[in-house]
Ligand binder design. Structure first.
Ligand code: SF4
Length: 342
């Protein structure tokens, strides 16, 4: 959605009008929020189809475990994201809350940790200043309310905003943030606007947000991935319907049974923490109870595929595109209902 009307840098549109994006070539940076999942991948491929040069694009990814204890995220996700950037010649900016999910969850009368990021080979630390002391000592709760479902806000939204607001390369620039929500996914997402002023828009820089696949069907998403002959994140081939965290708090019974099957140590750690906190992730049901009710769907998958998903460095740029002669197949997780952020 572009038009020829060009708002001046730093000028805000009237509140009741949908934001009109600038022509894409007028943005200095197009920052794709890239989880490694199919929808943000579709956004990226769509930008390339529209002729946006890779040199204009940056992939932004938040490491949920923050390079601290590996508990929640897929071990291969960081490598998959890096492989995407390497294969397409697009730089990747990784950011994280220091100490990640576990440190934030174990906070006990402590301030939240700072944020770090890596961009163009440099690592930058953004300490938290004047943070109030707080206690969590519980998992995020499965709710649309981000104050109790704290992982999205503390580990994704805030680190990304701090990078945008503090990295000198974005100051005085026009930045387009691209995200992959689709209306079909949930009633909450059905109400999202396709374009809006990003929360980081300020006198320091213009920041617009675009959701280019907001009205796409899942079929359209898989079609563009197939057309570009891209190998999707290994979790889809292991029958996960969404690529969020491996142990996403929104997991259903079958997912928890599958986490227990593929990553038993992590599952035990989560179950033990639920007992220690005296609060379960899902109200009234422990992950142990959910896993008992569910049926795991991973043990029949090839060993090689499970190893790829559980390795932090096996997914390389050579794997991102299918090899010559290799046939693209719809992953077994495609079109499957799976618990994930709403
Ligand atoms: S909502 Fe799920 S995918 Fe998102 S950060 Fe929390 S656990 Fe991870």
């Amino acid at each position: 959605m572009t038009n020829d009307k060009q708002p001046t840098l730093f000028e805000n549109p009237p509140l009741d009008e949908p934001l009109q994006l600038l022509p894409l070539d007028q943005y200095d940076v197009i920052a794709v929020c890239y989880s490694g999942g199919k929808d943000s991948l579709a956004c990226l491929l769509h930008l390339l189809d529209l002729g946006v040069p890779p040199s204009k694009i940056e992939l932004h990814h938040q490491d949920i475990d923050g390079q601290g204890e590996a508990l929640m995220d897929w071990p291969c996700t960081h490598a998959y994201v890096q492989a995407t950037g390497d294969a397409l010649g697009i730089p990747v900016v990784f950011s994280w809350r220091d100490g990640g999910f576990v440190r934030e969850m174990l906070r006990d009368k402590e301030p939240t940790a700072g944020v770090s990021y890596e961009r163009e080979g440099a690592r930058v630390s953004l300490p938290t200043i004047r943070a109030s002391l707080g206690t969590r000592r519980k998992f995020p709760q499965t709710s649309a309310d981000l104050s109790v479902r704290w992982c999205s806000a503390a580990l994704k939204i805030d680190p990304f905003a701090r990078v945008l607001n503090n990295e000198p390369a974005y100051q005085g620039k026009k930045v387009l943030v691209v995200t992959g929500e689709r209306r079909e996914e949930s009633s909450a997402r059905a109400k999202y606007d396709e374009t809006e002023e990003h929360r980081c828009n300020s006198r320091n820089h213009l920041v617009h947000q675009w959701r280019p696949v907001i009205d796409w069907t899942e079929q359209q998403v898989w079609d563009i991935i197939e057309r570009h002959r891209v190998r999707a994140h290994p979790a889809y081939q292991l029958s996960w319907g969404r690529v969020s965290c491996l142990a996403c708090i929104f997991g259903d019974n079958d997912q928890w049974a599958s986490v227990k099957s593929i990553a038993p140590e992590r599952f035990s750690r989560i179950a033990n923490l639920e007992r220690e906190f005296g609060t379960t992730i899902k109200k009234g049901q422990s992950v142990e109870e959910m896993a008992r009710k569910g049926s795991e769907f991973v043990s029949d998958k090839p060993e090689e595929l499970r190893r790829l998903a559980l390795s932090p460095d096996a997914f390389t740029k050579e794997l991102f595109f299918l090899a010559d002669g290799e046939q693209w197949k719809v992953p077994t997780g495609a079109y499957k209902r799976c618990g994930g952020p709403s």
